[in-house]
Write a protein that binds this ligand. Structure first.
Ligand code: FES
Length: 568
Protein backbone atom coordinates (compact mmCIF):
# COMPACT_ATOMS: atom_id res chain seq x y z
CA UNK A 1 0.00 0.00 0.00
CA UNK A 2 1.31 3.46 -0.84
CA UNK A 3 1.76 5.60 2.23
CA UNK A 4 0.64 9.23 2.12
CA UNK A 5 2.95 10.84 4.65
CA UNK A 6 2.40 14.55 5.00
CA UNK A 7 -0.22 14.53 2.24
CA UNK A 8 -2.54 12.62 4.57
CA UNK A 9 -5.60 14.51 5.81
CA UNK A 10 -4.72 17.96 4.52
CA UNK A 11 -5.97 21.12 6.16
CA UNK A 12 -8.90 22.47 4.15
CA UNK A 13 -8.14 25.64 2.19
CA UNK A 14 -9.96 24.61 -0.98
CA UNK A 15 -6.56 24.08 -2.66
CA UNK A 16 -4.82 20.73 -1.92
CA UNK A 17 -1.52 21.68 -3.50
CA UNK A 18 -1.34 24.87 -1.47
CA UNK A 19 -2.24 22.92 1.71
CA UNK A 20 0.61 20.45 1.13
CA UNK A 21 3.10 23.19 0.26
CA UNK A 22 2.14 25.07 3.43
CA UNK A 23 2.34 21.95 5.59
CA UNK A 24 5.76 21.00 4.25
CA UNK A 25 7.07 24.49 4.80
CA UNK A 26 5.92 24.46 8.44
CA UNK A 27 7.29 20.92 8.92
CA UNK A 28 10.63 22.21 7.65
CA UNK A 29 10.61 24.74 10.48
CA UNK A 30 11.21 21.70 12.72
CA UNK A 31 14.45 21.05 10.84
CA UNK A 32 13.34 18.08 8.73
CA UNK A 33 14.87 17.55 5.29
CA UNK A 34 12.91 16.62 2.15
CA UNK A 35 14.21 13.08 2.53
CA UNK A 36 12.75 12.83 6.05
CA UNK A 37 9.46 14.39 5.02
CA UNK A 38 9.00 11.92 2.16
CA UNK A 39 8.92 8.91 4.52
CA UNK A 40 5.80 7.20 5.89
CA UNK A 41 4.77 8.99 9.07
CA UNK A 42 4.39 6.95 12.26
CA UNK A 43 2.74 8.77 15.14
CA UNK A 44 4.06 7.97 18.60
CA UNK A 45 1.12 8.66 20.88
CA UNK A 46 2.62 9.18 24.32
CA UNK A 47 0.39 9.25 27.41
CA UNK A 48 3.26 10.43 29.61
CA UNK A 49 2.26 12.69 32.48
CA UNK A 50 3.78 13.71 35.78
CA UNK A 51 0.40 12.79 37.23
CA UNK A 52 0.84 9.18 36.13
CA UNK A 53 3.57 7.33 38.02
CA UNK A 54 3.10 4.18 35.92
CA UNK A 55 4.21 5.99 32.75
CA UNK A 56 7.38 7.45 34.32
CA UNK A 57 9.60 5.55 31.87
CA UNK A 58 7.83 6.81 28.74
CA UNK A 59 10.27 9.58 27.71
CA UNK A 60 13.06 7.00 27.30
CA UNK A 61 10.70 4.39 25.85
CA UNK A 62 9.42 6.86 23.24
CA UNK A 63 13.01 7.47 22.12
CA UNK A 64 13.44 3.72 21.61
CA UNK A 65 10.26 3.61 19.51
CA UNK A 66 11.49 6.45 17.35
CA UNK A 67 14.81 4.69 16.88
CA UNK A 68 12.91 1.69 15.53
CA UNK A 69 10.79 3.84 13.20
CA UNK A 70 13.88 5.54 11.73
CA UNK A 71 15.62 2.17 11.29
CA UNK A 72 12.68 0.86 9.27
CA UNK A 73 12.53 3.92 7.02
CA UNK A 74 9.70 5.89 8.66
CA UNK A 75 9.45 9.36 10.14
CA UNK A 76 8.39 9.19 13.82
CA UNK A 77 6.39 12.11 15.17
CA UNK A 78 5.52 12.04 18.85
CA UNK A 79 2.37 13.66 20.20
CA UNK A 80 0.53 13.64 23.55
CA UNK A 81 -2.90 12.52 24.62
CA UNK A 82 -4.50 12.92 28.01
CA UNK A 83 -3.12 10.55 30.62
CA UNK A 84 -5.14 8.59 33.16
CA UNK A 85 -3.14 7.94 36.32
CA UNK A 86 -5.30 5.51 38.24
CA UNK A 87 -4.96 6.99 41.71
CA UNK A 88 -4.67 10.62 40.68
CA UNK A 89 -8.17 11.10 39.30
CA UNK A 90 -11.40 12.09 41.02
CA UNK A 91 -13.94 10.58 41.30
CA UNK A 92 -12.41 7.64 39.41
CA UNK A 93 -10.29 7.12 36.30
CA UNK A 94 -13.15 5.19 34.68
CA UNK A 95 -14.96 8.48 34.30
CA UNK A 96 -12.31 9.52 31.77
CA UNK A 97 -11.64 6.33 29.76
CA UNK A 98 -14.14 7.39 27.09
CA UNK A 99 -12.69 10.92 27.05
CA UNK A 100 -9.22 9.55 26.28
CA UNK A 101 -10.71 7.32 23.59
CA UNK A 102 -12.31 10.38 21.98
CA UNK A 103 -9.01 12.28 22.14
CA UNK A 104 -7.26 9.34 20.43
CA UNK A 105 -9.90 8.84 17.75
CA UNK A 106 -10.10 12.53 16.92
CA UNK A 107 -6.31 13.00 16.66
CA UNK A 108 -5.82 9.83 14.61
CA UNK A 109 -8.50 11.02 12.22
CA UNK A 110 -7.12 14.57 12.05
CA UNK A 111 -3.33 14.24 11.74
CA UNK A 112 -1.17 13.14 8.80
CA UNK A 113 -0.31 9.66 10.05
CA UNK A 114 0.19 6.39 8.17
CA UNK A 115 0.33 4.32 11.36
CA UNK A 116 0.63 4.88 15.08
CA UNK A 117 2.35 3.37 18.11
CA UNK A 118 0.00 3.75 21.07
CA UNK A 119 1.86 4.05 24.37
CA UNK A 120 -0.19 3.32 27.47
CA UNK A 121 -0.29 1.05 30.47
CA UNK A 122 -2.12 2.30 33.54
CA UNK A 123 -5.53 0.66 33.89
CA UNK A 124 -7.86 2.64 31.62
CA UNK A 125 -5.28 3.81 29.12
CA UNK A 126 -4.82 0.64 27.06
CA UNK A 127 -8.55 0.03 26.46
CA UNK A 128 -9.09 3.73 25.71
CA UNK A 129 -6.25 3.73 23.17
CA UNK A 130 -7.65 0.71 21.37
CA UNK A 131 -11.23 1.99 21.46
CA UNK A 132 -10.04 5.18 19.78
CA UNK A 133 -7.81 3.38 17.28
CA UNK A 134 -10.57 0.90 16.41
CA UNK A 135 -12.97 3.74 15.63
CA UNK A 136 -10.35 5.71 13.70
CA UNK A 137 -9.41 2.70 11.55
CA UNK A 138 -5.69 3.56 11.35
CA UNK A 139 -2.95 0.86 11.44
CA UNK A 140 -1.88 0.75 15.08
CA UNK A 141 0.27 -1.19 17.49
CA UNK A 142 0.10 -1.09 21.28
CA UNK A 143 3.21 -0.55 23.38
CA UNK A 144 2.58 -1.12 27.09
CA UNK A 145 4.55 0.51 29.89
CA UNK A 146 5.42 -2.89 31.36
CA UNK A 147 4.95 -3.91 34.98
CA UNK A 148 6.74 -2.67 38.10
CA UNK A 149 9.17 -4.85 39.97
CA UNK A 150 8.08 -6.08 43.42
CA UNK A 151 9.15 -4.33 46.63
CA UNK A 152 9.85 -5.98 49.95
CA UNK A 153 9.07 -5.74 53.64
CA UNK A 154 10.95 -7.85 56.19
CA UNK A 155 11.91 -10.43 53.59
CA UNK A 156 8.39 -10.65 52.12
CA UNK A 157 7.81 -9.47 48.56
CA UNK A 158 5.20 -6.74 48.05
CA UNK A 159 3.36 -5.58 44.96
CA UNK A 160 0.74 -3.00 44.13
CA UNK A 161 -1.92 -3.38 44.73
CA UNK A 162 -3.01 -6.73 46.19
CA UNK A 163 -0.55 -6.15 49.01
CA UNK A 164 -1.72 -2.54 49.44
CA UNK A 165 -5.14 -3.92 50.36
CA UNK A 166 -3.79 -6.84 52.37
CA UNK A 167 -1.67 -4.58 54.57
CA UNK A 168 -4.43 -1.99 54.86
CA UNK A 169 -6.76 -4.79 56.04
CA UNK A 170 -4.16 -5.76 58.69
CA UNK A 171 -3.89 -2.15 59.78
CA UNK A 172 -7.70 -1.83 60.06
CA UNK A 173 -7.85 -5.00 62.13
CA UNK A 174 -5.15 -3.61 64.45
CA UNK A 175 -2.61 -6.30 63.47
CA UNK A 176 0.04 -3.76 62.49
CA UNK A 177 0.72 -0.24 63.78
CA UNK A 178 1.00 3.14 62.06
CA UNK A 179 4.83 3.17 61.66
CA UNK A 180 4.61 -0.24 59.96
CA UNK A 181 1.91 0.80 57.48
CA UNK A 182 3.88 4.00 56.79
CA UNK A 183 6.95 1.90 55.99
CA UNK A 184 4.95 -0.47 53.76
CA UNK A 185 3.53 2.57 51.91
CA UNK A 186 7.04 3.27 50.60
CA UNK A 187 7.60 -0.29 49.38
CA UNK A 188 4.44 -1.10 47.43
CA UNK A 189 5.31 0.65 44.17
CA UNK A 190 9.10 0.73 44.05
CA UNK A 191 9.74 1.29 40.31
CA UNK A 192 8.22 2.85 37.21
CA UNK A 193 5.66 0.69 35.45
CA UNK A 194 2.18 -0.64 36.05
CA UNK A 195 0.97 -2.56 39.11
CA UNK A 196 2.96 -5.78 39.40
CA UNK A 197 0.12 -8.23 40.06
CA UNK A 198 -2.63 -9.52 37.74
CA UNK A 199 -4.63 -6.32 38.19
CA UNK A 200 -6.42 -4.48 35.42
CA UNK A 201 -3.29 -3.05 33.80
CA UNK A 202 -1.54 -6.43 33.57
CA UNK A 203 -4.77 -8.12 32.50
CA UNK A 204 -5.38 -5.66 29.69
CA UNK A 205 -1.78 -5.89 28.49
CA UNK A 206 -2.06 -9.70 28.39
CA UNK A 207 -5.41 -9.59 26.59
CA UNK A 208 -4.13 -7.12 24.02
CA UNK A 209 -1.19 -9.41 23.33
CA UNK A 210 -3.69 -12.26 22.92
CA UNK A 211 -5.85 -10.09 20.65
CA UNK A 212 -2.84 -9.63 18.39
CA UNK A 213 -2.50 -5.86 18.82
CA UNK A 214 0.91 -6.06 20.55
CA UNK A 215 4.12 -7.82 19.60
CA UNK A 216 4.63 -11.22 21.31
CA UNK A 217 5.99 -11.02 24.85
CA UNK A 218 5.16 -7.32 25.21
CA UNK A 219 2.70 -7.65 28.08
CA UNK A 220 5.17 -8.76 30.71
CA UNK A 221 8.65 -7.31 30.10
CA UNK A 222 9.20 -5.21 33.26
CA UNK A 223 9.15 -1.45 32.71
CA UNK A 224 12.71 -0.98 33.95
CA UNK A 225 14.38 -3.81 31.98
CA UNK A 226 16.54 -3.00 28.97
CA UNK A 227 14.36 -5.52 27.11
CA UNK A 228 11.45 -3.08 27.45
CA UNK A 229 13.40 -0.56 25.37
CA UNK A 230 14.27 -3.21 22.78
CA UNK A 231 10.58 -4.15 22.65
CA UNK A 232 9.76 -0.46 22.09
CA UNK A 233 12.30 -0.28 19.27
CA UNK A 234 10.79 -3.37 17.66
CA UNK A 235 7.28 -1.93 18.00
CA UNK A 236 8.43 1.21 16.18
CA UNK A 237 9.91 -0.88 13.37
CA UNK A 238 6.76 -2.97 13.07
CA UNK A 239 4.58 0.15 12.92
CA UNK A 240 6.40 1.14 9.71
CA UNK A 241 5.58 -2.29 8.31
CA UNK A 242 1.93 -1.79 9.29
CA UNK A 243 1.95 1.58 7.52
CA UNK A 244 3.16 -0.18 4.38
CA UNK A 245 0.73 -3.11 4.52
CA UNK A 246 -2.24 -1.05 5.73
CA UNK A 247 -3.34 -3.69 8.25
CA UNK A 248 -6.02 -2.01 10.37
CA UNK A 249 -7.33 -2.89 13.86
CA UNK A 250 -10.65 -4.23 12.52
CA UNK A 251 -8.71 -6.88 10.54
CA UNK A 252 -7.02 -8.00 13.76
CA UNK A 253 -9.68 -7.53 16.44
CA UNK A 254 -12.31 -9.82 14.95
CA UNK A 255 -15.05 -11.72 16.74
CA UNK A 256 -12.78 -14.78 16.88
CA UNK A 257 -9.96 -12.69 18.38
CA UNK A 258 -12.31 -11.44 21.11
CA UNK A 259 -13.34 -15.04 21.83
CA UNK A 260 -9.66 -15.81 22.31
CA UNK A 261 -9.35 -12.83 24.65
CA UNK A 262 -12.30 -14.00 26.78
CA UNK A 263 -10.67 -17.39 27.15
CA UNK A 264 -7.31 -15.91 28.01
CA UNK A 265 -9.01 -13.68 30.60
CA UNK A 266 -10.13 -16.84 32.41
CA UNK A 267 -6.80 -18.61 32.10
CA UNK A 268 -4.79 -15.73 33.54
CA UNK A 269 -7.22 -15.16 36.44
CA UNK A 270 -7.66 -11.65 35.10
CA UNK A 271 -9.39 -8.56 36.43
CA UNK A 272 -13.18 -8.23 36.38
CA UNK A 273 -12.71 -4.79 34.85
CA UNK A 274 -11.47 -6.40 31.66
CA UNK A 275 -14.90 -7.62 30.64
CA UNK A 276 -16.20 -4.03 30.62
CA UNK A 277 -13.22 -2.89 28.55
CA UNK A 278 -13.40 -5.80 26.09
CA UNK A 279 -17.13 -5.17 25.61
CA UNK A 280 -16.45 -1.51 24.87
CA UNK A 281 -13.55 -2.26 22.52
CA UNK A 282 -15.59 -4.86 20.62
CA UNK A 283 -18.55 -2.49 20.52
CA UNK A 284 -16.47 0.03 18.56
CA UNK A 285 -16.15 -2.57 15.80
CA UNK A 286 -19.77 -3.73 15.79
CA UNK A 287 -19.02 -6.90 17.75
CA UNK A 288 -21.45 -7.73 20.55
CA UNK A 289 -19.78 -9.43 23.51
CA UNK A 290 -22.25 -10.88 25.87
CA UNK A 291 -21.71 -11.90 29.47
CA UNK A 292 -23.04 -15.38 28.77
CA UNK A 293 -20.13 -15.98 26.40
CA UNK A 294 -17.77 -15.15 29.27
CA UNK A 295 -19.51 -17.60 31.57
CA UNK A 296 -19.44 -20.31 28.89
CA UNK A 297 -15.69 -20.10 28.33
CA UNK A 298 -15.14 -19.91 32.09
CA UNK A 299 -16.58 -23.43 32.47
CA UNK A 300 -14.29 -24.71 29.79
CA UNK A 301 -11.00 -22.95 30.65
CA UNK A 302 -8.65 -23.71 33.54
CA UNK A 303 -6.81 -21.00 35.46
CA UNK A 304 -3.14 -21.41 34.57
CA UNK A 305 -1.48 -18.30 35.92
CA UNK A 306 -0.69 -18.15 39.64
CA UNK A 307 -0.33 -14.40 40.01
CA UNK A 308 -1.78 -12.37 42.84
CA UNK A 309 -4.62 -12.03 43.70
CA UNK A 310 -5.49 -15.57 42.49
CA UNK A 311 -2.02 -17.01 43.30
CA UNK A 312 1.20 -15.90 44.94
CA UNK A 313 3.44 -14.56 42.16
CA UNK A 314 4.12 -11.22 40.49
CA UNK A 315 4.40 -10.03 36.88
CA UNK A 316 8.21 -10.17 36.94
CA UNK A 317 7.86 -13.91 37.73
CA UNK A 318 5.33 -14.27 34.91
CA UNK A 319 7.83 -12.69 32.55
CA UNK A 320 10.61 -15.02 33.69
CA UNK A 321 8.28 -17.97 33.22
CA UNK A 322 7.74 -17.06 29.57
CA UNK A 323 4.75 -14.70 29.74
CA UNK A 324 1.87 -14.72 27.30
CA UNK A 325 3.54 -16.88 24.62
CA UNK A 326 3.56 -19.76 27.13
CA UNK A 327 -0.08 -19.18 28.12
CA UNK A 328 -1.17 -18.99 24.50
CA UNK A 329 0.80 -22.09 23.69
CA UNK A 330 -0.89 -24.00 26.50
CA UNK A 331 -4.32 -22.85 25.35
CA UNK A 332 -3.56 -23.48 21.68
CA UNK A 333 -6.11 -26.30 21.14
CA UNK A 334 -8.88 -24.02 22.44
CA UNK A 335 -7.94 -20.87 20.51
CA UNK A 336 -8.80 -19.58 17.06
CA UNK A 337 -5.36 -19.72 15.45
CA UNK A 338 -6.23 -18.16 12.11
CA UNK A 339 -6.65 -14.66 13.53
CA UNK A 340 -4.27 -11.99 12.21
CA UNK A 341 -1.85 -10.11 14.47
CA UNK A 342 0.33 -7.00 14.20
CA UNK A 343 3.28 -9.29 13.47
CA UNK A 344 1.80 -9.72 10.00
CA UNK A 345 1.34 -13.40 10.81
CA UNK A 346 -1.63 -15.26 12.23
CA UNK A 347 -1.60 -16.27 15.89
CA UNK A 348 -1.03 -19.88 14.86
CA UNK A 349 1.75 -18.68 12.58
CA UNK A 350 3.94 -17.14 15.26
CA UNK A 351 3.11 -19.69 18.01
CA UNK A 352 5.57 -22.41 17.16
CA UNK A 353 4.76 -26.06 17.84
CA UNK A 354 7.90 -26.89 19.75
CA UNK A 355 7.55 -24.24 22.42
CA UNK A 356 9.23 -24.92 25.80
CA UNK A 357 8.83 -23.25 29.17
CA UNK A 358 11.93 -21.16 29.67
CA UNK A 359 11.58 -21.40 33.46
CA UNK A 360 9.35 -21.96 36.45
CA UNK A 361 6.21 -24.00 35.79
CA UNK A 362 4.70 -23.07 39.15
CA UNK A 363 3.94 -19.57 37.80
CA UNK A 364 2.33 -20.67 34.53
CA UNK A 365 0.87 -24.11 35.00
CA UNK A 366 0.37 -26.67 32.23
CA UNK A 367 -3.26 -27.37 31.25
CA UNK A 368 -3.05 -30.87 32.71
CA UNK A 369 -2.03 -29.49 36.11
CA UNK A 370 -3.85 -26.15 36.38
CA UNK A 371 -4.17 -23.83 39.33
CA UNK A 372 -7.95 -24.28 39.10
CA UNK A 373 -10.01 -26.53 36.87
CA UNK A 374 -12.43 -23.79 35.85
CA UNK A 375 -12.09 -20.16 34.83
CA UNK A 376 -11.76 -17.14 37.04
CA UNK A 377 -15.05 -15.35 36.50
CA UNK A 378 -18.72 -16.27 36.54
CA UNK A 379 -21.87 -14.35 35.69
CA UNK A 380 -24.74 -14.70 38.17
CA UNK A 381 -28.16 -13.37 37.15
CA UNK A 382 -31.55 -13.24 38.79
CA UNK A 383 -34.15 -10.79 39.97
CA UNK A 384 -31.41 -8.74 41.62
CA UNK A 385 -29.30 -8.55 38.44
CA UNK A 386 -31.50 -9.07 35.36
CA UNK A 387 -28.67 -8.01 33.01
CA UNK A 388 -26.05 -9.91 34.95
CA UNK A 389 -23.26 -9.30 37.44
CA UNK A 390 -19.68 -10.54 37.78
CA UNK A 391 -17.98 -12.59 40.46
CA UNK A 392 -14.31 -13.49 40.38
CA UNK A 393 -14.53 -16.95 41.88
CA UNK A 394 -10.78 -17.51 41.71
CA UNK A 395 -10.35 -14.74 44.30
CA UNK A 396 -13.43 -15.70 46.40
CA UNK A 397 -13.91 -17.86 49.52
CA UNK A 398 -15.33 -21.24 48.43
CA UNK A 399 -17.68 -21.54 51.44
CA UNK A 400 -19.44 -18.30 50.49
CA UNK A 401 -20.11 -19.15 46.86
CA UNK A 402 -23.48 -20.74 47.60
CA UNK A 403 -25.09 -18.96 50.53
CA UNK A 404 -28.09 -16.97 51.70
CA UNK A 405 -27.59 -13.91 53.87
CA UNK A 406 -29.28 -10.95 55.46
CA UNK A 407 -28.71 -7.64 53.65
CA UNK A 408 -26.92 -4.77 55.36
CA UNK A 409 -27.51 -1.88 52.98
CA UNK A 410 -25.47 1.25 52.31
CA UNK A 411 -27.28 3.67 50.01
CA UNK A 412 -24.19 5.47 48.70
CA UNK A 413 -20.43 5.70 49.05
CA UNK A 414 -20.89 8.54 51.55
CA UNK A 415 -23.25 6.38 53.60
CA UNK A 416 -20.74 3.52 53.46
CA UNK A 417 -17.86 5.60 54.73
CA UNK A 418 -20.04 7.20 57.43
CA UNK A 419 -21.39 3.94 58.92
CA UNK A 420 -19.17 0.96 58.05
CA UNK A 421 -17.15 1.28 61.26
CA UNK A 422 -20.03 2.39 63.49
CA UNK A 423 -19.90 0.19 66.60
CA UNK A 424 -23.73 0.18 66.56
CA UNK A 425 -24.00 -1.17 63.00
CA UNK A 426 -26.29 -4.20 63.04
CA UNK A 427 -24.05 -6.65 61.19
CA UNK A 428 -23.00 -10.30 61.56
CA UNK A 429 -20.25 -12.26 59.76
CA UNK A 430 -22.77 -14.18 57.61
CA UNK A 431 -24.59 -11.04 56.43
CA UNK A 432 -24.31 -9.74 52.85
CA UNK A 433 -23.03 -6.16 52.59
CA UNK A 434 -24.88 -4.26 49.84
CA UNK A 435 -23.76 -0.97 48.29
CA UNK A 436 -26.21 0.98 46.11
CA UNK A 437 -25.67 3.94 43.75
CA UNK A 438 -22.03 3.27 42.90
CA UNK A 439 -22.61 2.39 39.22
CA UNK A 440 -21.88 4.24 35.96
CA UNK A 441 -24.50 6.96 36.52
CA UNK A 442 -24.91 6.76 40.28
CA UNK A 443 -21.40 7.35 41.62
CA UNK A 444 -20.72 8.62 38.89
CA UNK A 445 -18.14 6.68 36.85
CA UNK A 446 -18.55 3.30 38.56
CA UNK A 447 -15.56 3.59 40.93
CA UNK A 448 -13.59 0.62 42.24
CA UNK A 449 -15.51 0.67 45.50
CA UNK A 450 -17.06 -2.80 45.28
CA UNK A 451 -14.41 -4.12 47.66
CA UNK A 452 -16.38 -2.96 50.69
CA UNK A 453 -14.28 -3.04 53.86
CA UNK A 454 -15.20 -5.57 56.52
CA UNK A 455 -16.86 -3.63 59.38
CA UNK A 456 -14.30 -2.95 62.09
CA UNK A 457 -16.51 -4.48 64.76
CA UNK A 458 -16.26 -7.92 63.06
CA UNK A 459 -12.74 -8.52 64.33
CA UNK A 460 -11.04 -11.48 62.69
CA UNK A 461 -13.52 -11.81 59.79
CA UNK A 462 -11.54 -11.90 56.53
CA UNK A 463 -14.29 -12.22 53.92
CA UNK A 464 -18.01 -11.58 53.53
CA UNK A 465 -20.35 -11.59 50.53
CA UNK A 466 -20.42 -8.06 49.16
CA UNK A 467 -22.77 -6.91 46.39
CA UNK A 468 -22.77 -3.65 44.44
CA UNK A 469 -23.17 -1.95 41.09
CA UNK A 470 -19.56 -0.74 41.42
CA UNK A 471 -16.34 -2.17 40.00
CA UNK A 472 -13.40 -3.58 41.92
CA UNK A 473 -9.69 -3.27 41.43
CA UNK A 474 -8.33 -6.30 39.65
CA UNK A 475 -5.84 -6.57 42.48
CA UNK A 476 -8.47 -7.22 45.17
CA UNK A 477 -9.77 -10.51 46.51
CA UNK A 478 -12.92 -11.72 48.29
CA UNK A 479 -16.45 -12.97 47.56
CA UNK A 480 -17.47 -9.84 45.80
CA UNK A 481 -20.32 -9.46 43.33
CA UNK A 482 -19.84 -6.51 41.05
CA UNK A 483 -21.31 -4.72 38.04
CA UNK A 484 -24.91 -5.50 39.09
CA UNK A 485 -26.85 -4.36 36.05
CA UNK A 486 -28.97 -2.33 35.67
CA UNK A 487 -27.54 -0.15 38.41
CA UNK A 488 -29.50 1.30 41.33
CA UNK A 489 -29.35 4.91 40.08
CA UNK A 490 -31.35 4.09 36.94
CA UNK A 491 -33.97 2.16 38.92
CA UNK A 492 -32.38 -1.31 38.84
CA UNK A 493 -33.64 -3.86 41.40
CA UNK A 494 -30.54 -3.23 43.53
CA UNK A 495 -32.19 0.05 44.53
CA UNK A 496 -35.06 -1.92 46.12
CA UNK A 497 -32.97 -3.85 48.67
CA UNK A 498 -33.56 -2.90 52.31
CA UNK A 499 -31.79 -3.84 55.55
CA UNK A 500 -32.78 -7.31 56.69
CA UNK A 501 -33.92 -8.62 53.27
CA UNK A 502 -32.64 -12.08 52.43
CA UNK A 503 -30.43 -12.46 49.35
CA UNK A 504 -29.55 -15.81 47.82
CA UNK A 505 -26.28 -16.34 45.95
CA UNK A 506 -25.85 -19.60 44.09
CA UNK A 507 -22.74 -19.72 41.97
CA UNK A 508 -23.56 -23.33 41.09
CA UNK A 509 -26.85 -22.20 39.54
CA UNK A 510 -25.45 -18.77 38.55
CA UNK A 511 -28.23 -17.04 40.45
CA UNK A 512 -28.47 -13.89 42.50
CA UNK A 513 -31.94 -13.33 43.92
CA UNK A 514 -33.58 -10.94 46.30
CA UNK A 515 -35.98 -13.11 48.34
CA UNK A 516 -38.73 -10.52 48.67
CA UNK A 517 -42.15 -11.03 47.11
CA UNK A 518 -43.14 -9.12 44.02
CA UNK A 519 -45.96 -7.22 45.75
CA UNK A 520 -43.57 -5.73 48.29
CA UNK A 521 -41.04 -4.88 45.55
CA UNK A 522 -43.79 -3.10 43.58
CA UNK A 523 -44.67 -1.09 46.69
CA UNK A 524 -41.02 -0.08 47.17
CA UNK A 525 -40.70 0.77 43.49
CA UNK A 526 -43.67 3.13 43.71
CA UNK A 527 -42.07 4.90 46.67
CA UNK A 528 -38.70 5.47 45.01
CA UNK A 529 -37.56 9.10 45.07
CA UNK A 530 -37.11 10.75 41.64
CA UNK A 531 -33.63 10.43 40.10
CA UNK A 532 -31.06 13.08 41.02
CA UNK A 533 -30.77 16.07 38.67
CA UNK A 534 -28.06 15.63 35.99
CA UNK A 535 -24.87 17.71 36.21
CA UNK A 536 -25.41 21.21 34.83
CA UNK A 537 -22.59 21.35 32.29
CA UNK A 538 -19.33 20.11 30.83
CA UNK A 539 -17.94 16.60 30.48
CA UNK A 540 -19.88 15.42 33.54
CA UNK A 541 -23.14 16.28 31.74
CA UNK A 542 -22.05 14.47 28.57
CA UNK A 543 -21.05 11.45 30.66
CA UNK A 544 -24.35 11.36 32.55
CA UNK A 545 -26.37 11.70 29.36
CA UNK A 546 -24.48 9.16 27.28
CA UNK A 547 -22.85 6.47 29.42
CA UNK A 548 -24.21 2.95 28.98
CA UNK A 549 -24.62 0.29 31.63
CA UNK A 550 -21.80 -2.05 32.68
CA UNK A 551 -23.00 -5.02 30.62
CA UNK A 552 -22.70 -2.85 27.49
CA UNK A 553 -19.16 -1.76 28.33
CA UNK A 554 -19.87 1.71 29.76
CA UNK A 555 -19.06 3.32 26.43
CA UNK A 556 -20.96 6.40 25.31
CA UNK A 557 -24.02 5.55 23.23
CA UNK A 558 -22.82 7.71 20.32
CA UNK A 559 -19.40 6.02 20.21
CA UNK A 560 -20.62 2.42 19.84
CA UNK A 561 -20.60 1.13 16.28
CA UNK A 562 -23.70 2.11 14.34
CA UNK A 563 -24.66 -1.55 13.86
CA UNK A 564 -25.21 -1.84 17.64
CA UNK A 565 -27.46 1.16 18.01
CA UNK A 566 -30.50 -1.13 18.44
CA UNK A 567 -29.43 -1.91 22.00
CA UNK A 568 -29.72 1.71 23.19
FE1 FES B 1 -1.24 2.43 37.22
FE2 FES B 1 -1.96 0.34 38.96
S1 FES B 1 -1.82 2.51 39.34
S2 FES B 1 -1.48 0.30 36.85
Amino acid sequence: MKTQGLANRLTEYGDREFALYLRRSFAKSMGFSDEALDKPIVGVLNTYSELNNCHRGFPELAEAVKRGVWQAGGLPLEFPAISLGEVFLHPTSMMYRNLLSMDVEAMLRAQPLDAVVLMGGCDKTLPALLMGAASAGLPAIILAAGPMLAGSYQGERLGACTDCRRFWGKYRRGEIDRPTIDHVEGQLAPTAGTCGVMGTASTMACLIEALGMMLPGGASVPAVYADRLRHGELSGKQAVELARTGLTPDQIMTEAAFENALRVLQAIGGSTNAIIHLTAMAGRLGIRLDLQALDDVSEDTPVLVALKPSGEYYMEDFHRAGGMPVVLHELKPKLHLDVMTVTGETLGGWLSDDYRWPDWQSVIRPVDDPLREKGAQVVPRGNLAPDGAILKRSAASPHLLNATGRAVVFTSLADLSARIDDPNLDVRPDDFLVLQNAGPVGAPGMPESGYLPIPRKLTGVKDMVRISDARMSGTAFGTIILHVSPEAAVGGPLSLVRDGDLIELSVDRRELNLLVDEEELARRRAEQPPPAAPPARGYERLFHRSVQQAHLGMDFDFLRHESLQDEL
